[in-house]
Design a protein around this ligand. Structure first.
Ligand code: NDP
Ligand code: MG
Length: 390
């Protein structure tokens, strides 16, 4: 008797394939090429990297946001039968396609909002790394996902840990989230010790290797602020029930506390491939060939409160979160621009939260903003910063 072992492959549309999460997603696809395949790769402008990805993973199509990059890619892969397009409309079209299963969104920034909405409208499962989308448009994304009966599976490690810790328990019994945070490379320092920080110092994260923007966000603790908002949208908890917990070893990836006092967490060595793979195969767990946590070796785990005075980005995030409406967009957009300015050495490290605070103070929040209003708030914030910089 012959057995048919072939499983239908899950087809992925991958936004941000050339980035840190994107390439690790492709590592998972490579390891499980019998179960996963790539339908579309999307990036901004990194032609060299995406050419290699196209040759290896053989997608049907590629979208480069940047038009020139798309033209160059067309020439480079003229020998292949792969459709290459460019621009936001093409990204939205890729996310709206019929014939795929999972939209994994790993672009950086608010650019992810419209493609995510398109994917949900197409009824696709969303594996979400792109936290900025939930921070700014969570009030649109979550109800739409519910209406379309679409699952949003977190890829961010803390949120994956929370999601994993919630399996098998009724959502209504959740009473609190312990959102862990490594503390970043400057944990324990005071403000005056942060004045002369250079991009190279801030780009050295103690435990995780990530894209530049999120690495700076981890150094300012803005990343944790964004994650607090991400957690609120994903798990429907009040901000008062989200405790940020500094845990320098990054072994506990976050925990949930239930109404009976039980605390359940997900632990392991820090490796983004686990949350990526978990989202791609959810609710299954498949073997992964990575080093394991040896608790004899680790010996001790430590926890402390975040220093919100030094790392003002985190307190500003709670403020923006509690104000709600368009304020998280202003928080996020101001941070995106300030990080870019810091990376090009135009401003100092402490000016990042300063710019965020100034932009928030100048903004009159709109309740329940539409996507258009979110994009307007983003533009206004950029214009504000330009004015302030002059
Ligand atoms: P990277 O900077 O490494 O990668 C960003 C990706 O997005 C690249 O592929 C880039 O393409 C693409 N991109 C940028 N702008 C556009 C655009 N306008 N249109 C299409 N594609 C674009 O980021 P990360 O992988 O670090 O982070 C991605 C997201 O995941 C972020 O939201 C981050 O907060 C989140 N995240 C990341 C973690 C990590 O470990 N890295 C952990 C948890 C969450 P190109 O290369 O061509 O510029
Ligand atoms: Mg995270």
């Amino acid at each position: 008797m012959s057995m048919n072992n072939s499983v239908d492959k899950k087809r992925i549309v991958l936004l941000g394939s050339t980035g840190s999460i994107g390439t690790q997603t492709l590592d998972v696809v490579r390891a499980y090429s019998d179960r996963l395949s790539v339908k579309t790769l999307v990036a901004n402008s990194n032609v060299t990297k995406i050419e290699a990805q196209v040759r290896e993973f053989k997608p049907d199509s590629v979208v480069m946001y940047d038009e020139k990059a798309a033209e160059e890619l067309k020439v480079r892969i003229a020998d292949l039968d792969v459709k290459v397009t460019s621009g936001m409309d093409s990204i939205i079209e890729a996310a709206s396609a019929e014939d795929y299963d999972i939209l994994l969104t790993a672009v950086v920034g608010m650019i992810g909002i419209r493609p995510t909405i398109a994917g949900i409208k197409a009824g696709k499962t969303i594996a979400l790394a792109n936290k900025e989308t939930l921070v700014t448009a969570g009030h649109i994304i979550m109800p739409l996902a519910e209406e379309m009966n679409v699952q949003i599976l977190p890829v961010d490690s803390e949120h994956s840990a929370i999601f994993q810790s919630l399996q098998g328990s009724p959502a209504r019994s959740l009473s609190k989230i312990w959102l862990t945070c490594s503390g970043g490379p400057f944990r324990g320092r005071k403000k005056e010790e942060l004045e002369n920080i250079k991009p190279a110092d801030a780009l050295k994260h103690p435990n995780w290797s990530m894209g530049n923007k999120i690495t700076i966000d981890s150094a300012t603790l803005v990343n944790k602020g964004l994650e607090v908002m991400e957690a609120k949208w994903l798990f429907g908890v009040d901000y008062d029930d989200i405790n940020v917990l500094v845990h320098p070893q990054s072994i506990v990836h976050s925990m949930v506390e239930y109404c009976d006092g039980a605390v359940i967490g997900e632990l392991g060595l820090p490796d983004m491939k686990l949350p990526i793979q978990y989202a791609l195969f959810y609710p299954d767990r498949l073997p992964m060939d990575t080093p394991r946590a040896d608790f004899y070796d680790i010996a001790s785990l430590t926890f402390e409160k975040a220093d919100m005075e030094t790392f003002e980005g985190l307190s500003l995030a709670f403020e923006a979160a509690r104000t709600g409406g368009s304020m998280p967009t202003v928080f996020n957009a101001a941070n995106e621009r300030a990080v870019a300015l810091f990376l090009s050495e135009k401003i100092g490290f402490l000016e990042i939260p300063e710019i965020i605070g100034n932009c928030m103070a100048a903004h009159k929040p709109v309740a329940n903003p539409s996507v258009e209003e979110i994009l307007v708030a983003e533009k206004e914030t950029y214009a504000n910063i330009e004015r302030l910089e002059k």
